[in-house]
Design a protein around this ligand. Structure first.
Ligand code: 13P
Length: 305
């Protein structure tokens, strides 16, 4: 059905020497089109390694900004300029500077779901797959400010025993997943393994079997022989889970966990993006230089799972 569109994209991709990167929350057709799909950490590593001249980032703004900071010589395109992240917008650099004034000796760790300015004001960046390892790499006597996701922050406290000063941000999509959704799905599939994202609230995580980043969910499902999995994260990941594990069944925890920003990227917009070389994502050099230190640490500290 989309053959003509896909052919046009492939031809232009060659002509522009472009690579298409897609997050695990993108629609199935975008994930199938991409040269590389992954979680935030995997995509950042891929963006830093590719030798393509152009990166078409099928994800949201903070992901494209991270790619632009890691590969300043490349052109990074976001096919929809309004694909943002409400969680990343829940803290500004100014608010972080105010918090730092109250805790002048604290080490600042920001979740990758944050603006380039917030990253520039941070010592370390982390993703959901290596947040625990990043926090553990900070000397134990150091106070830590952790922004902006409170639920990831609490997951880290639980797994490190460290005290963190956490910012009250949260993901609006993961907030749609409730403990009731999980128990309802569990009633229907009592043998199912429940895997949820650390951005879920604490009552959801308390009844999960595994708390994993999207990339870790994909690895876990491939190694696990269970027939049913209840999945507590954005619905886009179900596509690849099914594709890679055709004999297992993946049940979304509720039907509301759809990120409207991730879903702004369509095949048409990818084509237009390559045609018009839009929308270029750039980060001012001074901000990028400061943010790069935090991001470099993020890509160096690998998750243990
Ligand atoms: P992952 O790094 O697990 O893919 O999470 C990305 C994200 O933005 C979750 O909302």
């Amino acid at each position: 059905m989309n053959t003509e569109l896909l052919e046009k994209i492939q031809n232009l991709k060659k002509k522009r020497n472009a690579v298409i990167l897609a997050h695990n929350y993108q629609s199935g057709e975008i994930q199938d089109l991409a040269d590389f799909t992954g979680d935030s950490l995997g995509l950042s590593i891929e963006a830093s390694r590719t030798d393509a001249e152009v990166i078409v980032f099928c994800g949201v703004l903070f992901m494209a900004e991270t790619a632009a900071i890691l590969s300043p010589e490349k052109t990074v395109l976001l096919p929809d300029k309004y694909a943002g992240c409400p969680l990343a917008d829940m803290i500004t650099a100014d608010q972080l500077y105010q918090l730092k004034l109250k805790h002048p000796d604290a080490t600042v760790i920001c979740y990758v779901n944050s603006s380039a300015e917030v990253k520039a004001a941070s010592d370390y960046c982390c993703t959901s797959s290596n947040a625990v390892e990043v926090v553990n790499s900070v000397p134990p006597d150091k106070e830590i400010i952790f922004v902006p996701d409170q639920h990831l922050g609490r997951h880290v406290i639980e797994n490190t025993g460290r005290k963190l000063i956490i910012w009250p941000g949260y993901c609006k999509t993961h907030a749609m997943i409730t403990a009731r959704d999980i128990t309802k799905a569990k009633e229907e599939y009592p043998d199912a393994v429940v895997m949820v994202h650390p951005e879920c609230n604490e009552s959801v995580k308390a009844i999960a079997d595994r708390i994993l980043s999207t990339g870790q969910m994909l690895k876990f499902a491939e190694k696990n022989s269970a027939k049913h999995f209840i999945v507590g994260t954005e619905s886009g990941i179900i596509h690849t889970l099914k594709k890679k594990n055709p004999n297992a069944r993946f049940i979304p925890a509720g039907d509301k966990a759809i990120c409207p920003n991730m879903k702004k990227i369509t095949l048409e917009k990818v084509l237009w993006s390559l045609e018009d070389m839009q929308y270029k994502v750039t980060v001012p050099a001074e901000v990028a230089a400061k943010a790069k230190t935090a991001i470099d640490r993020m890509v160096e500290i690998l998750p243990s799972k």
